[in-house]
Design a protein around this ligand. Structure first.
Ligand SMILES: C[S@@+](CC[C@H](N)C(=O)[O-])C[C@H]1O[C@@H](n2cnc3c(N)ncnc32)[C@H](O)[C@@H]1O
Length: 286
């Protein structure tokens, strides 16, 4: 008996098995099930303006997607994985051969000096795989300053996953910009995962502070008024509860690394906030 495979299903299966290609502070892998069960039943395009490692995007993998983040090196890396993955892999093989403390320090300096996008992408991934806890931290001048991590055999090249990521990104728009610059339309879905309130928030040379959280809630209200679906994750703090009062809120448990104490995990309470409910939830309520 022949079973006819739909090439689109095959594409979706391969791309959905792609995983984040970087370890990222605040990555959503530990609450991914809670997020997936809350995505809307139906929507047009997908927007993720604080993409980081993109844990949710890799599960959804929708062709009509728009990914963005304020981090320049991260976004160049996404673009190069989409457009030139074989060259990225071959440069990573070279970094793997040369890896030692002296080489790490040399690449750390080079990251902020080079303008070659392939070089940026390969150095960015190399540093992420070998630095302390996979952190991305820069000083006031924007220079990456995380010390080398203690790994016996870091997995610097994961060519299989990088190729899957490349396939998933083929028709995706990728931009470096702030969250206010995205342009979703009525019927689109936006997932917002900003730096968490009252926790590590220094992904860039500036910190995401209370003013930014206030600006973000104003932005979410504009999305709501324009018929755009949004889901936002954040720490469960009194300020976040107050800012989003009136929206659909669920409290979930997550287990996170505490950045200052290497390797130590802690249980935290997080909020998932939405301006919609799914059909299934609606039935449960009535
Ligand atoms: C909590 S992390 C996102 C983690 C991501 N969801 C994941 O699964 O890895 C927050 C991200 O917001 C980005 N960011 C910080 N300020 C921003 C801004 N004003 N606009 C857009 N992105 C910003 C940071 O560079 C960081 O990648």
């Amino acid at each position: 008996m022949f079973v006819l495979l739909n090439p689109l299903d095959l594409f979706s299966d391969i791309s959905k098995s792609a995983r984040p290609f970087v370890k990222w502070a605040g990555g959503k892998r530990s609450i991914i099930g809670d997020l997936l069960e809350r995505i809307p039943d139906d929507f047009n395009s997908y927007f993720e303006p604080f993409v980081g490692g993109g844990a949710l995007f890799w599960k959804i993998c929708k062709n009509k997607s728009h990914l963005s983040d304020i981090n320049f090196h991260l976004i160049v890396t996404y673009c190069m994985i989409r457009d030139n993955v074989e060259e990225v892999i071959s440069r990573l093989e070279y970094h793997k051969k040369c890896h030692n403390k002296k080489y790490y320090m040399k690449m750390r300096t080079k990251l902020s000096k080079t303008e070659d996008p392939i070089e940026i992408a390969s150095i960015f991934i190399y540093l992420n795989k070998t630095c302390y806890n996979g952190l991305y931290r820069v000083n006031k001048s924007g220079i990456f300053n995380v010390p080398i991590g203690r790994y016996d055999d870091p997995k610097i090249v994961d060519s299989d996953n990088l190729r899957k990521c490349s396939l998933s990104l083929k028709n995706v728009d990728i931009f470096q910009n702030g969250f206010l610059d995205i342009k979703p339309k009525n019927g689109d879905f936006v997932y917002l995962d900003p730096p968490y309130h009252e926790t590590f928030s220094a992904y860039n040379s500036s910190v995401f502070g209370q003013n930014d959280h206030e600006e973000l809630v104003t932005f979410c209200k504009q999305l709501d008024h324009s018929g755009i679906l949004f889901m936002l994750s954040n720490n469960d703090t009194p300020l976040i509860r107050k800012l989003y009062d009136g929206y659909n809120m669920s409290n979930v448990n997550a287990s996170r690394f505490i950045s200052c104490k290497g390797g130590e995990r802690k249980k935290t309470n997080e909020l998932i906030i939405r301006n919609y409910v799914r059909k299934k939830e609606d039935k449960q309520c009535s």
